[in-house]
Structure formats: structure tokens, C-alpha cells
Design a protein around this ligand. Sequence first.
Ligand SMILES: [Zn+2]
Length: 854
Amino acid sequence: MKCAAFTVLLLAAVSVHAQTATPGPGVPLDLATRRAANVSDLRYELSLSIPATLASPLTGSATLRFTLKDPSQPLVLDFETSPEHVRSVEANDRAAAFTYVNGHIVVPSAALVAGGNSVRIVFDAGDASLNRSADFLYTLFVPARARLAVPVFDQPDLKGRWSVTLEHPASWQSAANGAELERTTAGDRTRVRFAETNPLPTYLVAFICGDFRIETAVRGGRTFRMFHRESDVAKVARNKDAIFDLHARALEYLERYTDIPYPFGKFDFALIPAFQFGGMEHAGNVFYSAPGLMLDESATQDDMLGRASTIAHEVAHMWFGDLVTMRWFDDVWMKEVFANFMAAQVVNPSFPTVNHDLRFLLSNYPSAYEVDRTPGANPIRQPLDNLQEAGSLYGSIIYQKAPVVMRHLEAVLGDDNFRDGLREYLKGHAFSNATWADLIDVLDRRTAVDLQQWSRAWVNEPGRPTVTTELASRNGVVQRLAFRQDDPRGRGLTWPQQLRVAIGMATGEQTMTVELSGAAAEVPRAAGLAVPRYILPAGGGWAYGDFVVDQGSLDYLAANLPDVDDALTRGSAWVTLWDAMLDGRLRPDVFIDLGLRALPRETDEQLTSRILRYTSRTWWRFLAPAEREARAARYESVLRQGLAGAATPSRKAAWFGTLRRVALTPGTVGWLRQVWEKTETVTGLPLAETDYSTLAQELAVRQVDGWKDVLDTQLRRIENADRKGQFQFVMPALSADPRDREQWFLSLSDVNNRRREPWVLEGLEYLHHPLRAESSKRFVRLSLDMLWDIQKTGDIFFPRNWLVATLSGDNTRDVADVVRAFLRDLPANYPERLRAITLQSADELFRAADIVRR
Ligand SMILES: [Zn+2]
């Protein structure tokens, strides 16, 4: 009921601008709202000719057919290129006197009629969202980047049926959202006509074209096609069945859970080198980052779980996002939360030996906390007044915090009730749009809990509670136990949730459930118990917050964490202790020494890999060089023993990956070099081309003798053209000559040199490697100054990843001050979200600079 009030408020804000004649840049909310109210029954016929060379643009035409309610207003289309890109515009079969304003084509009302209209535009496509390489291209239109290539109504609530025709070099392959209907070849050109799609928002429209190989498989009566560019035949053979199986299992699960058959007919997917994301859920035409799916023999368990999750995530989007789409990108979190939430369930049966509660904890809570503990944290649901800012909504809060909140919500409603609510929601809005209010409306009817109220702090506000354990005891007996929550931002918010408290007694562990719905919860049943070894309110991997445990528990866990029997409790304890270290309640040397003691005893593979990650992060970020020096031999010996003793290649890969990242002593670096030279082997771990490439890079950044030969030799060794290109691109960032590194960095000011985002990020990480931090300091301010441009020209995750890569190698006050000065100097019109992302990304640096100095 409160949602209705919210909607009214939104419409009132909109009508203020409704009269403006000139559409503003991007896709403003008022334009989108008016357009959605006026346009319906939308169809696109898109025809594009794709040249064989990069030098010429794609040319083509788009015919839009639609019904207009009110033709008295000019019609605004989005085409963010330049006036020269527009060759002609016809409305209802007559040339239209259009104007080109702020990235829009405006068709005068005189050319329009009430009811059915058609607008045909002949144009040169813009390149910005076409990702063109010499021998292939792929579109990436999310969140509102279709308009950078072709003329459209670029908003999620104007869904259209798309008929696409592509004309391209005859030797190339192609795929679009619709099934291939007809293929004709004349000379060296081929023309492919694709079937009309079900209604799709522009951000889900996609095609690929180029030099791809195609693998086909039938699973459960459905044909899947995989487009890829992998030249290693054995690698394809090793991976393809698993990839097809994971897709088929995810589809089958989602069909059963939603009770709705797969809505988009055929199912193709493409593995793209240097893809900007892990995957993108284009209806019937999913794109993935190739290395995430095509795994090497040296893949870790994390890699395998990650692949299964990514596939399940994109498949879940076919229902959550593609079939039912958010009305506006302020609700983009809804599609992401369900994709991740469903993915967690889909993946379980494929990995029967994995502890999935632990997996949920480790894959969601730490990343969500990374943002939520910072002053730049954003709420799950964020207001948005222009789609050109939509990219900056994405991040860990949407992907990792929202699934935690959704799991709590599922528990409030009960599994079956929750599932039935989702089915009703999906069926009620199929091939259309919905908002958070629509979902709450469906779920509210199924519970006595006021969900609007329940979700207020969780969904609409940033941050997390600080949950403090209050323990009083006398003579070893508990007098009082309570948990208090505080809002660290001083807003007085409370986050209703259940605490599944792990209590460690000498006789074993107990779990106590405590409802923390207000400011504090007393636990009277604890009085009279012997004082436990530890009390861990996050113990069951359930509650969300910054847990300030009592001093006795902190001391016990910092000394004896490996003695805790239950793996989920150990996982929760690690996450809690990491927070304690960042908050200054636990010293980093104590934390890393605990890690070094725990590693040889840890039996759970997920936890081993988490502890490896925590130790290596503490190593580079939170220890001063002298502290590293003092521990290097011991750390490396723990890692080499772990590597030798690990039972499977995936476990060995995790140990080896860490050793390669942290090695400092001449003995270990020399051994790694012999491995790279192939005069030494890692027993039981088959290394792949990418392993040798990483080894070469790690050797180079340590400036081993002949580092340049190492890189040159490795470049010659790489057979796959895409991977060769990437390695070559990163090489100057690894040079021992500071002039090479500077030149490489400066070249990034040209947008054309940063189109392949994963390549740029890899180079930046080596440029700012902790061993090079001193000489790379001077690039930090320049990097920060480029951020706004990075956001305007790059894809969704690029600004944040750019910052993280830039700041990841440093822990000094100097660089922290550079970031603070940048934040202080920002102009008034600087995008608020970009400022927030800077605060999020710099948080660990700020903390490290304080901690290391102490
Ligand atoms: Zn997603």
C-alpha cells in the first residue's frame, strides 16, 4: 500500500518536465515515461550489412512499426551517434523533416497519425557498442547502449518484436535472438534472415558475426549451439559436454521451478574472448567470457563452481529479466537477485560433495560487505533519472547483498509459498514489465509480516547493522547474554533478522536461534550456562552485519579457529575475523599467522581457497615490507607443503596459484622459473598455456634475470591468436623500464586503446603491482581524473574495476591522500554514483594505510 504512494510521487515528478520540447541527452525518465504511455504494439525490422574490414561502418535500415495513442507530440527516437550517421528518415512512407537533437532523432508530429505508424530510418551504425575486431564483432547493448549503434526506443518497458537480417562475409558465422530462417550466399557475401522474436527490451537484443566455430548438442530434446573461437581442439573436447550439460540442467530446473516452459524458442550461446562481463543474458543468444567456461586442466574448484553459477545465472535470466523485465533500471537488482538466487539452487545437485550453505556464505557475504562497510555504499534499490547512468547501479550490493536479503525473505514466507508467489508474479507479467511493488504485492498477500516495513532498511537504505555481543559472566557462568544492533551511520535504522548463533562449548557446538527484530535481543536461556569458548552470532552463515563479538570469543577464535569442527562455523568465523581486522580490532600479523596455522589443517576445499585468498590479500595489502620479509620463507613453505600434499589437481591449482602470486624468496622464484622453463614439473598438476603466461608475467614483475626474454619466449609459445593479442597488449605494463610502463599507461587516454577491458585491467594490475607501487604512485591521480570518461565510454563494470586495479597494489598514506584530494576537488556536477564507487573502491586502501602505519 505504501508502494502506491511512491508511484504517485514518481508521476508527479515526471509531469513537471513533460512539457519540455527538446529531449535531453541519454534516456531521461520523463521522456521514457511519456513514450511508454504513448507507444504500443512495437515491431522492429532491422537490416544490417557488415563489412569485411574495420575501416568501413555497418550500414543498414530500421523500420519501426507501432501504435500511437497521441500523435500531437513529436516522436523521439534514441540514436546517440552524430547527424551524419542518419541517411534518411521516412514516416508513414513519406520523407520526414526530422531534427537530430542530443543524440535523438525527433520526428515532427505532422508526420504522425493516431493508431498504426511506421518510421523507416536508413543509417550508418555507430561502433561504440558493436565491439568490432578484425574478424568478429558482437553487440553489447545493456543497459541503454543499443542507441549507440542503431535507432531505437532505448528503454526496458518498450518491448518490441525484432526481425533481424544480417548480410556479411560468406566465411563468417552469425547468430541473433531469433532462429535462423533463411541463408543465401552470393559471391563472397551471405545474407541471413532471422525469425521474429517474442517481445524484447532493447538491452536484450544481440547478434554476433565473425570467425566462430560452432559446436552443437542435443539435450532433453532441445538443440544447443555453442559459438567459440578456441583453437585448442583438446580443450574444446574436454569442456563442451560439461558446458552443454550445465545449460540443460539449469533450463530443466527453471522450467520446473517456474512452471513456465523456456520462453524464447532456440538456445544459442557464444564464448567471447575479452568479454566485458562473466555473461550476458540476451534472450536465446547468451554471451559469455570464454575463459570462464572453457576451463583448463588446472582449474580450481572455485573455477568449476563459478562456471556452473554463471551458466545457471544467465539461464535463470530467461525468466527473471527476459520474460518479466523491470520497468526501469532502478529495479535492475530484481533480475540480478533472482538470477543469483536461482543459480545457487540450480548448482547444488551438480556438486553433491560441496557444502552449499558454506558456498552461499562465501560467495555472497564477503563481497557484499566490501561495499556495505564503506561510506560509499548504495542501497539495493536506487533511484535513477537517466538511463545513461544505469551502468553505475551495478555492483556487489545488487549481486551479493540482494540474494542474502532474498533468502531471508524466502525464510519469512516459507519455500513453497515463496515459489508460488514467484510463479504468480512471472505469469502475471510475462513478456511485459514489473516493479518491486508488483512483487511485494504478490508476496504480501501470502504472509502476516508487513513486507514493505520488513524490507525498508534492507532494500531502500545503504549499509549494514553493527551487531554487538553483550556478555556478562561471574565465576565462569553466564549472567546475561544479549545482542544489540546499531546503525553505524546514525540513522537509527534497525534490520530485522534472525541470528543463528554458534556457541562453542568444551563438549561441542550448539546452535541457538535468536530473533533480532528491534534494537536488542536478550537471550535469557543462556543465563546459567558455563561461559562458552566462543559465541558467534553469524555462525550459521545466515545473519548479515558487522559482528563485534565479545573479547573472549575474539581471543579464542584468533588463537584456535582451526579447532572448530563445523566448516560453516569456521567460514563464518573467518568472515567475522576479516571484518575485525579491517576495523582495527585484530592485528594483521595475528590474522595472517592464524591463516598460516590453519592452512595445513583445513579440510574443506572452499575454505582452503578462501584462507589462501585472505592470506595473500593480507600479505600484499596489510603487511609492511619488513613484516613480509620476516615471514616469506615460512609462508612459502606452508604453500609448497600444501601444494605437495593436496589430493586433487583442483586443490593443487589453488595452492599453486597463491604461491605464484606471493613468492618472494630467491629459492621459490627460481623454482617457479624452472617450472616456467619446463625443466621442473608440479607433480599432479597439468599446467595450461594460460598458467605459463601468468608465470611469465609474475617472473617479469619480479624482474628476474632475462625477464624480457621470458616475456618474448612466452609470447612465441602462445598459439591462440586472441590470447596472444592479450599477452602482447599487457607486456609493456610489465617492463622493468619505467618509460615503457609510462607510455603504456598514457596510451590508455585514447578510448580505442581501452576497448578490450579485461586486457586493460590485467595491465593495470601489473602496473600497480605492490612490488611496483612506489614508481606507479604518480599514475593514480591521472587514473582518477580519467574515471568519468571511463564511465562514459566503457561498459558497466569498467569504472569500478578500473579503480580497483589502480588502487589494489598500494597501502601508503601518500596514495590514500591522493584519492582524498581527488574526492575533495570534484566539481559540483560530478556524478554522485561515480563518487560513491570511488569511496567503495578506495575503502580498503584507506584502512590499510591507517593499519600499516600503526
Ligand atoms: Zn545477471
